[in-house]
Design a binder for this molecule. Structure first.
Ligand SMILES: [Zn+2]
Length: 407
């Protein structure tokens, strides 16, 4: 008779534990996988160039739709099912679904194909390679991120004979202008997904991934004063411009950089002519917050602004659009997985908290584990010298591969 142990002797796990453990280390497949992407680096650059050379400003629907249609074709060519979500004022948002093995929830790869550059920018800012860098409008933010998705899905299909799990790609057309047409779709796809991987550019030249992003709000302060002739009746006017100037000075006191709160009146307008005491003036205000709970407090402070001049009236419009992406447990767990993958090729992957928002803020705000900044490494986003570092592409691809496999 076989003596039974104190713990469930028929537990299959305990039987497994009893097996002799092999001391042989499994071969490290990662260096070989890195070489796979290094061998495809030139092809990847060519694909990125193709995407950059189709201009796609957020505010030009026909141009953005051209980009979306082209991308739909590329993802369909590697086996995805494309679906265009109609948008009235922006390009149609593009969803591509890839089936995969197992009953796992899909991983959502999130990005945008709109850029901040108006049509015709290529004439003065052509796509070119110099000193190992690829330059062009939107190359970093974030057409190279889209190309990475394509190559990574293709590689996973080849290595696993099909995807090891379902993957959904969602590419929006209006991220640079607040994502009003795509936000609801992004959120509903995120809710169905195990995790969200955002292919926005990495933070800094060392390629850190983004584990926290500030929340972003936009407000408009409108001052209505009393107009009067500046020469004949100066005493009868109540200048909206003077009132606005005093309000802007007061607004600077809402800044609390230590707590991650910043308030910036970035655009002001007001008045009609020099000889008229201004009846109206407005300021457009950008606010950034680090924690979700700061949104309501700051909103209350802005809405309770009082006029210095009793004859002026204040109206405040707007609100916080993107809540912060806080570094919660789900985010930290994804970062840990990414670090483990990077370690396989001797790379010490860093993390960063950044002030800019992305659609990752929406998905993290829902509590869906989100990791951002998985795209290309480079600098100059939204600027004439926007570029990526070509030699960083293979290991960015590797990172995405490892995450999709391990989530
Ligand atoms: Zn972006």
């Amino acid at each position: 008779m076989v003596p039974s142990g104190p713990e469930h002797p028929r537990d299959p796990m305990s039987a497994k534990r009893a097996q002799p453990v092999s001391t042989r280390q499994p071969d490290n497949i990662w260096p070989e996988r890195l070489r796979y992407f290094e061998a495809r680096q030139d092809a990847l650059v060519k694909t990125i160039r193709e995407l950059v050379e189709i201009e796609s400003p957020s505010d030009n629907k026909p141009a953005a739709d051209r980009m979306g249609g082209f991308l739909a074709g590329m993802f369909e060519a590697i086996g995805g099912r494309a679906r265009l979500h109609h948008a009235q004022n922006f390009g149609d948002n593009l969803q591509i679904s890839f089936s995969g093995r197992g009953k796992l929830k899909p991983v959502l790869l999130l990005g945008h194909f709109d850029t901040v550059y108006p049509l015709g920018t290529l004439a003065t800012m052509p796509c070119r390679v110099a000193d190992g860098r690829l330059y062009g409008p939107g190359v970093l933010d974030m057409k190279s991120g889209i190309a990475l998705m394509l190559y990574v899905i293709e590689a996973l299909q080849a290595w696993h004979k099909g995807l090891p799990r379902p993957v959904t790609v969602f590419l929006v057309s209006d991220e640079e202008v607040g994502s009003s047409s795509s936000r609801k779709i992004t959120e509903s796809l995120a809710r169905e997904s195990a995790a969200v991987l955002v292919l926005e550019p990495a933070a800094g030249m060392r390629g850190a991934v983004k584990t926290a992003r500030k929340g972003v709000g936009e407000y408009k302060l409108i001052v209505r004063g009393v107009a009067a002739h500046a020469g004949l009746d100066p005493g009868k006017g109540h200048s909206a411009i003077v009132e606005l100037a005093r309000q802007i000075a007061a607004l600077t006191h809402l800044n609390d950089l230590e707590r991650g709160i910043s308030v910036n009146a970035g655009v002001i307008r007001g008045g009609t002519r020099t000889n008229v005491i201004a009846a109206e003036a407005t300021a457009e205000i950008d606010v950034r917050i680090k924690l979700a709970k700061q949104a309501a407090i700051l909103d209350r402070q802005l809405r309770s602004l009082k006029p210095f001049d009793k004859h002026c009236r204040l109206t405040i419009e707007g609100g916080v659009n993107r809540m912060p992406m806080e570094r919660n447990a789900g985010v930290a767990a994804l970062y840990k997985k990414a670090v483990t993958v990077a370690k396989q090729i001797g790379w010490k992957l860093e993390e960063a908290a950044v002030g800019g928002g992305s659609d990752g803020n929406f998905t993290a705000g829902l509590g869906v584990p989100t990791l951002d900044g998985l795209g290309a490494v480079g600098s100059g986003a939204h600027a004439p010298h926007e570029h990526i570092v070509v030699s960083e592409l293979p290991r960015r691809a590797l990172l995405l591969v490892g995450l999709i496999e391990s989530i």
